[in-house]
Ligand binder design. Sequence first.
Ligand SMILES: C[S@@+](CC[C@H](N)C(=O)[O-])C[C@H]1O[C@@H](n2cnc3c(N)ncnc32)[C@H](O)[C@@H]1O
Ligand SMILES: [Zn+2]
Ligand SMILES: [Zn+2]
Length: 733
Amino acid sequence: MPMSKSRPPKIGTTLIECDAFDFEFLSEIARRESWRKELHRPVYHVHKWWANRLGSVFRGIILGAVLPQDAALKDHFYKQYRFTGRRILDPFMGSGTTVGEAYKLGFTAFGQDINPVACESVRVALGEIDAKHVQAAFSHLDTGVGQHIRALYTTKDANGILCDVLYYFWVKVVACPYCGERTDLFPTRIFARNANPLHRPEVHVCCPGCGDVFKIGHAGEQCKCPRCGVRFAPDTGEVSGMNATCRACHRQFPIAKTVRASATPPDHRLYAKLVLTPSGRKTYLAATEDDRHAYEQCSRTLDAELSAGAIRIPETPLEDGHNTRQAIGYNYRQWRQFFNNRQLLTLGWLQRAIAEIPERPTRDLLLTLFSGLLEFNNLFTSYKGEGTGAVRHMFSHHILKPERMPIEANVWGTPRSSGSFLNLFNSRLMRAIEYRKNPFELNASTGEKVYGINREFVGHLVTGFPSDGRIQTDAIYIACGSSDTISLPDKSIDAVITDPPFFDNVHYSELADFFYAWQKLYPRGFVNGSSTTRHASEVQDADAREFSGKLSTVLRESARVLRDDGLLIFTYHHSRPDGWSSLLSAIVRAGLSVVNCHPVKAEMSVAAPKAQAKEPIQLDAIIVCRKAAQDPRDACSPSAAIAAAERRAREKIERLRAAGLVISRNDCRVVLMGQLLAELCPQPRESDAGDLLMPISEEIDRILEAMAEHEKKRDPALRPSSGTHTQMQLPFA
Ligand SMILES: C[S@@+](CC[C@H](N)C(=O)[O-])C[C@H]1O[C@@H](n2cnc3c(N)ncnc32)[C@H](O)[C@@H]1O
Ligand SMILES: [Zn+2]
Ligand SMILES: [Zn+2]
């Protein structure tokens, strides 16, 4: 790889504005990064954030925004650039992908986000870190609070030998509305299977007769309990769909309604554990009376600690919202109810011990790591099985979905645990610290790490934007608040590069409140005493007009701080027409004009609405805008625009095809709508974008249909009836 220090070209007519922009190359690296993005860009993964974008795509966008038209992206991607004195802003910063990538290339980076959980994560991950202090603080915790916590995750095996508990297995329990009998809510009696059942088909089951746990050869077979002789079908339980059957009176009852009628969330019963013997063997065992007594003892200690005011736990109530409604329907009213008493006790101890660390940056960093731990240690998690990260965290759905068979992991952990503090310390924090010292890129063809080209993260991070206009070129500036107001002077930014929320039902703040409820117990940095991270100006709305209006306000403010000849670039995708009309409307009302648009490999959307289930989106549109006044083109009629957009979309799809991507119907939409936006611009400011798309909506559908049919013929696997998900082929592997 060439590593010469090059002079940055002048911002003017740039590479990303032309079709020569090599989005195929970028897609190739994006695919590599997306396999394990937390390994490839660990600095953006110190804490959970949603819609975490691929760093290499943003590096490519940034370079495209400054390189001249005739530059080849693949040649410049691995060069050592320092764009000193140039400024990049991300008004929807999230986990800090744009600011980090801009900083690595020598820019002065400005990031703003409305959510304090996101801002605090970026503050500690990119701010001051002393690795020696962090390591020393961790060792201190390990021999102190770590020992106390580990002691609560011990048990005896069948031979009376003391073992560590890796996981406790719980099942939800409700009282039968007819006879009052406590009924387990097992949808299946299988509680553990290997992540790779083809190689390891054996499963572990819990007997409905005596509660013993044992192993059977595979999930399908009828089995007989070796202890009590009961025969049962292992993959059925008391629960079938939304109903449960009482084991005492055999009557069926609706689960949700029964839970709602009681005043509290469902109770839980401890039935099994996975232990690690001193010789290092993992064994599944039934929970014993001693285990239940040990748990009760934790409950008593928790009460005592709380009455003495010795620990803090999150008493904040859950507020109604799209993402919290299902949990509230199960009577979860306070965040503390998401945890069992042992989890509250050990998490409370751990957070207190971290809060006592005298050195501030280390303390704040470890408090954020602690917050990330919560995702794996609550009653909304489940067991993925062995052979993978064993804990399925609570956000594998974008709603808070009560889990019928939750798993309780060892909070401090052993070297064989997943989702533990010990585990996250190594997998998240140590990796991030390593990356900061020597940030690398991935070689697109071999996947090898390319070192020695990026600026090292030295932790020079400033909170708040400089009000006096005096900007330190080697700093990262972070502000928390709605980007409908950005405290920067007019025309002070060279490029705005961002990733706005999509128009869907994921409210980051509703989910982030789960973390914030704990974080706010120890205020610091961007974490203050407020009870929620929700905000009226958060760009998110189930209503397209509202969404578009809020997005437009942020885009307009971003355009204000952008120099007149600067680019505003963002990534976007959507599977519905109103997702695009609301976007176009926001762009036009912000006084912007789309000058080009490129498809690029994105990650699969996790919060896939139904429309995407069979035709998943694997592409993002990189939407390149200039201020409308700077766009010399004449406005184009919708009919002329759609004809041109179809031609250009087909060309770009061909390029993706040649690079080995398989294109779904929704991908066709992303490419076509992106091109259409570019063809429809510039538009007079007062025009309503909805009106622009309306007359050509049938034409759009017809073209999409034809494009999707064409793609399907090339790939029979894409036919919806086959149920096969769209996937990228692996020509570069
Ligand atoms: C799609 S995410 C950005 C993710 C980011 N690119 C990353 O890789 O992590 C959108 C972000 O916009 C933030 N946001 C929503 N409304 C906002 C507003 N009015 N001002 C600033 N940030 C806002 C959300 O909190 C969220 O972090
Ligand atoms: Zn009953
Ligand atoms: Zn039995």
